[in-house]
Design a binder for this molecule. Structure first.
Ligand code: GDP
Ligand code: MN
Length: 409
């Protein structure tokens, strides 16, 4: 379960992680009674990231500007999700933006500390500079310090930033979190640090142990036939939830990152295709920047998309800075192997008269951007997945597959 920024910052405040004075805004006129000094920043409270890029974060110099900005943000869907509340915050003078996170690496079952000198909205820059420290023994400040040295922080920042990482780790342990992320951690010209944005993911299996966190669960009922522009927070929030679009669509779309997902969907529609469903397995800003986690999400995501028997083609469009195309291809191969084992057992069952229809695999069309692409092609060459470099060609290939193949009987 993800928390909204203002909820994450509440936890930060309790833990002593520096956050700015802020106020929750439920409707534009709340700004008239604002108790913060101007200038302020107004921020859309949605579960999706990348708000800064699309106008979900706005600065205001006075009440009139602020009310207008709030109206705009309330009416601005982000990945189909409208904010129910905004956060008004004192504006902070930033000189440098850092990225910090504590994430659970599921395959080694260990927490990992992540840090980048290039935080902020440019995800690619952040990832290029990303450093990791695996917490493979009992935690001590030493691990946080090691991250500081790997990141190349200097002077007084070593102490102030590592103190924040230690607190993030505490929060992570105390609340059974899957992720605590601060992006950006703003550094002021005088060297003070401030968490300007926060993301917290609570482990769903641990919610029962944390009733206060469980109470924050919006529990919005997911309507599988919701149109794209009416996506509920529920579908927009969890990367494992596939959003259904058209009951007669035949193309499943799987991408990483909200922008890429939307752009791919637009291309499919423009090429005369009809998307059945789509899934954003999460942009690299978050924990998916580690190979095993991206692989796991990809496999689970493909599985979830293929559950819809209407889907005859899955278009996979992934752009990755940290995870190599080869590792992505490996995850696709694992999915295909798993599917073919399933098909075999169903057809065996059919021979026993248990099921009337052989499950069929959707055709996969894959487009990858990243390192080791040649190796990825090699891996997929012996499978039924088709890998195509050019996005437009990949899209038209996917669309033409839906027109060639016969409907499943
Ligand atoms: P996101 O795009 O959804 O991750 O939203 P953020 O909360 O990270 O905001 C996007 C960007 O706005 C940040 O990277 C900062 O550069 C900027 N920003 C956010 N809050 C403040 C603030 O209080 N002061 C200043 N100067 N910049 C801010
Ligand atoms: Mn951010």
């Amino acid at each position: 379960m993800d928390l909204l920024e203002y909820q994450a910052k509440e936890l930060f405040r309790e833990m002593g992680i520096p956050v700015l004075p802020s106020q929750r805004i439920d409707r534009p006129r709340d700004l008239k009674g604002l108790e913060l000094p101007y200038p302020i920043v107004l921020k859309s409270q949605v579960y999706m990231g990348g708000r800064g890029r699309v106008g979900g974060v706005r600065f205001a110099e006075n009440t009139i500007d602020a009310v207008a900005a709030a109206q705009t943000i309330f009416n601005l869907p982000i990945m189909g999700e409208y904010p129910k509340v905004l956060l008004a915050e004192a504006k902070y003078d930033v000189q440098q933006e850092l990225y910090l996170a504590v994430a659970l690496n599921r395959s080694i079952r260990r927490p990992v500390l992540l840090g980048s000198l290039k935080g902020g909205i440019d995800v690619r820059a952040a990832i290029d500079e990303m450093k990791y420290v695996v917490v493979d023994q009992e935690f001590s400040p030493f691990f946080a310090r090691r991250l500081m040295l790997k990141m190349g922080l200097q002077g007084a920042l070593i102490n102030s930033v590592s103190a924040i990482v230690e607190k993030m780790y505490r929060l992570f342990l105390d609340n059974d979190l899957d992720l605590v992320e601060i992006n950006p951690l703003g550094v002021s010209p005088t060297g003070e640090v401030m968490a300007l944005d926060g993301k917290v993911t609570v482990n769903d299996d641990a919610l029962a142990r944390h009733p206060a966190l469980a109470a924050l669960n919006p529990k919005a009922p997911a309507d599988p036939l919701h149109a794209l522009d009416k996506l509920t927070p529920q579908t927009a929030r969890s990367p494992e939830v596939v959003s259904t679009l058209n009951s007669d669509g035949q193309i499943g779309i799987l991408c990483n990152g909200a922008g890429l997902t939307m752009a791919t969907m637009d291309l499919v529609c423009q090429s005369g295709g009809k998307p059945a469903n789509f899934l954003d397995i999460g942009s690299e800003t978050h924990y998916s920047c580690m190979p095993d986690i991206l692989g796991e999400r990809l496999e689970n995501g493909l599985e979830a998309i293929a559950q819809n028997k209407q889907v005859r083609v899955v278009l996979i469009n992934l752009v990755s800075g940290t995870v190599s195309c080869e590792q992505i291809a490996d995850a696709i191969v694992r999915f295909l192997q798993h599917q073919s084992r399933k098909v075999r057992s169903i057809s065996e069952a059919r021979e026993d008269g248990l099921v009337s229809r052989v499950a069929r695999n959707p055709q996969l069309v894959v487009r990858l951007v990243g390192s080791h692409l040649a190796e990825a092609k090699e891996r997929l060459s012996t499978t039924q997945a088709l890998i195509i470099d050019d996005l437009e060609i990949a899209v038209s290939q996917a669309v033409s597959f839906t027109k060639q193949t016969k409907k499943p009987t």
